[in-house]
Ligand binder design. Structure first.
Ligand code: ATP
Ligand code: LTN
Length: 348
C-alpha cells in the first residue's frame, strides 16, 4: 500500500480533491477600493473561484506597520470585507478571512524572520518608500513586513499570488526564503508564482490622465471609489481633464484624458472604441464625460448598495470571518506544524 504522507495529503487537498490549483492574496484593510483596483483586480478575482481554490486575507497585522486609529481600523476591516463580498467574491466559494484571526501567520512569520537576511529586507522598495513617508515611525515591523507576507503566502501552498506589479519583489523574496528553507529541511514549502493580470484596463487618474488612478491620490479628485455617492462620481467625471480638440477619438499618447474616459466607458458598457467613436460623432467631450460617469455609477450602484447593506449586518460579517478563520486555520496549521517539526520544536 502507498504510504500517505502529509505532503501527498496537502497536494491532494489543494489540487486533486478540489481539482483546482490554489490562489492566495492579501488586501490591506486601509486600501480603499477604487475604480482602478476594481477593474484591474477585484472584478477578475470574483471569476477566479470557478477555476481556483482562493484564499483572500484582510491583512490587519500588516496595516499596523503604520500607525492606525483603532476604531477606524476596525471599521475599515468590516467595510473591506463587505466590499469584497459585494464585488462577487462569494464567501461560500472563497476563503475570506482576517489575518490576525489565524495565529499561524504570526507564528510562521517569526520562524521566517530567522531565515530572512537583513540585506534582503533593506533592498525592498516598499520599505524604502514607506519609511521615507513615515520617517518618525520606522519600526521593526515595517522592516520585517516581507517575512510576514512570506508566511501569509507559504502557509497555504498557493500556486499563484495575484498582486499588483509593486508586490512582485515581495513574492520573489518569498520564493528566495522558501528555497533557502527547503534547501536546509527538504521539500517543506511550495514555490509560488506572482500572478500579475494583464490589466486590460489600466485606469488612469481623471485629473492626471498620465498617471495610474490610485488611492494615494485621493485628494486631487481624480480617483473614484466604489463607495462614493453617485453625485460625487458624476462631479469627478464632469471635471475630468481632456484636451483642446473636440473629437472623441482613441489616442492614448496624444489624447490621454479622452482615451481614458473611452476606456472606462468601454469596459463598463462592453462597447468597443469604434462603436464609441461613432456614438459621439459630432458630440462634445461633455457628453462623453456624462455617459462614462453614468456607466460607472450604474456599475457601482449594486455593489455600493450591497456593501452598505452588509456593513449594517455585523452578525453576518462576523460569521463570515469566523468561518473563514476556521477554514484558513485548518490549512495553515498543517504547514506550521510541519515547519515546527522540521526546525526542532517539540510538539505536545
Ligand atoms: P497605492 O496608491 O498605494 O499604490 P493602489 O491604489 O495601486 O495603491 P493597490 O492596493 O496597490 O492599490 O492595488 C490593488 C490591486 O488593484 C492591485 O492588484 C493593482 O494592480 C490593481 N490596481 C490598482 N490601481 C489600478 C488601476 N488604476 N488600473 C488597474 N489596476 C489597478
Ligand atoms: N503587501 C501587500 C498586501 C499583502 C499580500 C500578502 C499580498 C500582504 N500579504 C500576501 C499578496 C499575498 C500590499 O501591500 N498590497
Amino acid at each position: 500500500m502507498n504510504k500517505i504522507t502529509n505532503e501527498t495529503i496537502n497536494k491532494a487537498e489543494s489540487e486533486a480533491v478540489s481539482g483546482k490549483k490554489t490562489i492566495l492574496s492579501g488586501i490591506q484593510p486601509t486600501g480603499v477600493a477604487t475604480l482602478g483596483s476594481y477593474l484591474g483586480a477585484l472584478r477578475n478575482w470574483a471569476a477566479l473561484a470557478d477555476t481556483y481554490s482562493c484564499y483572500y486575507s484582510i491583512v490587519d497585522m500588516h496595516a499596523i506597520t503604520v500607525r492606525q486609529v483603532p476604531a477606524e481600523l476596525r471599521r475599515l476591516q468590516y467595510e473591506q470585507l463587505a466590499v469584497l463580498i459585494a464585488c462577487g467574491i462569494d464567501p461560500d466559494k472563497n476563503v475570506l478571512f482576517v489575518q490576525s484571526h489565524v495565529p499561524a501567520h504570526a507564528q510562521l512569520a517569526w520562524v521566517l524572520n530567522c531565515y530572512t537576511m537583513f540585506g534582503e529586507l533593506s533592498r525592498m522598495t516598499q520599505f524604502k518608500d514607506k519609511s521615507s513617508k513615515n520617517a518618525d515611525n520606522i519600526n521593526a515591523g515595517l522592516f520585517s513586513y516581507p517575512a510576514l507576507q512570506a508566511a501569509d503566502i507559504l502557509l497555504y501552498r498557493p500556486d499563484l499570488v495575484p498582486v499588483g506589479a509593486d508586490q512582485k519583489q515581495h513574492v520573489e523574496l518569498t520564493r528566495d526564503i522558501a528555497v533557502r528553507f527547503n534547501g536546509i529541511y527538504g521539500d517543506v514549502f511550495k514555490l509560488p508564482e506572482p500572478y500579475i493580470p494583464k490589466v486590460g484596463a489600466k485606469i488612469m487618474d481623471l485629473q492626471k490622465p498620465t498617471s495610474k488612478m490610485s488611492k494615494s491620490e485621493i485628494d486631487n479628485g481624480g480617483c473614484v471609489l466604489i463607495m462614493d455617492k453617485p453625485e460625487d462620481i458624476m462631479r469627478s467625471f464632469k471635471r475630468a481633464v481632456t484636451d483642446s480638440e473636440t473629437s472623441v477619438r482613441y489616442d492614448a499618447k496624444n489624447k490621454p484624458g479622452v482615451s481614458n474616459l473611452m476606456q472606462i466607458y468601454s469596459v463598463c458598457s462592453g462597447k468597443d472604441f469604434g462603436a464609441i467613436e461613432k456614438e459621439f460623432e459630432g458630440k462634445g467631450y461633455g457628453e462623453l464625460k456624462t455617459r462614462a460617469g453614468e456607466a460607472v455609477i450604474e456599475l457601482f450602484r449594486p455593489i455600493r448598495e450591497e456593501a452598505a447593506r452588509l456593513i449594517g449586518d455585523r452578525a453576518y460579517l462576523q460569521a463570515v470571518m469566523k468561518d473563514g478563520a476556521k477554514k484558513a486555520s485548518f490549512t495553515a496549521n498543517k504547514t506550521l506544524s510541519k515547519v515546527y517539526k522540521k526546525i526542532g520544536f517539540i510538539e505536545l
